[in-house]
Design a protein around this ligand. Structure first.
Ligand code: AMP
Length: 194
């Protein structure tokens, strides 16, 4: 069991079409607050991002938002956070969120969510870190992605053992237990990759 003190959530800057997704994001935030786990996220007050942050803040938790200066207006920086870190670029934002987080959870989102998730997964694939990554598959949102990854494994482009780079939660309640139960893989060398 690893001690998780902070969890970074990647999710949509949009709320999507199903209100249940926003509820899921808010509930994840509330769960983090209840467990005393700090939220690290992109700092916006929009979409599912805003909901997860609100879930933490409404329940007395701690939120650190990390947002690039140029996005402060576009994503409407959340003004009610415990801490808002303003960085100079998207790259700095991802690096800062990575440094601050003990683990990652991924809620439904769009291209930015995929970018953030796969950067973390590919760093882990290369043995640069061993932090838990939990995909929250509420309402089957990530099922097509799981099918694609299975197909990449079948096609010989992803090593079968790299399916274990992340775990899949079927509900928000499973996120913290799954993150805590994840084991840290040892460093890999090139020969281990395939
Ligand atoms: P989205 O899933 O597209 O709604 O975006 C979710 C988050 O990812 C937002 O905070 C975006 O600012 C961020 N994002 C969007 N595009 C990128 C990118 N190319 N690199 C890093 N983050 C991004």
């Amino acid at each position: 069991m690893s001690a998780i003190k902070s969890l970074c959530v990647f999710c949509g800057s949009s709320a999507g079409k199903q209100p249940a997704m926003a509820d899921m994001a808010y509930k994840l935030g509330a769960n983090l607050a209840a467990h005393g786990i700090k939220l690290i996220y992109g700092g916006g007050n929009v979409g599912l991002m805003g909901k997860v942050a609100q879930g933490v803040m409404d329940n007395g938790g701690h939120v650190t938002g990390v947002i690039p200066e140029h996005l402060l207006k576009m994503e409407v920086g959340h003004t009610g956070l415990s801490e808002l870190v303003v960085v100079d670029s998207m790259h700095s934002r991802k690096a800062r969120m990575f440094e601050l987080a003990d683990a990652f959870a991924v809620l439904p989102g769009g291209l930015g969510t995929l970018d953030e998730t796969f950067e973390i997964l590919t760093w882990k694939q290369l043995g640069l870190h061993g932090k838990p990554v939990v995909l929250v598959d509420g309402f089957g949102f990530w099922d097509p992605l799981l099918v694609l990854i299975a197909s990449m494994i079948d096609g010989g482009f992803v090593a079968p053992r790299h399916r274990d780079l992340f775990t899949v939660a079927q509900s928000v309640e499973e996120v913290i237990p799954l993150a805590m139960a994840s084991t840290t893989p040892s460093a890999v060398n090139r020969a281990d990759l395939f």
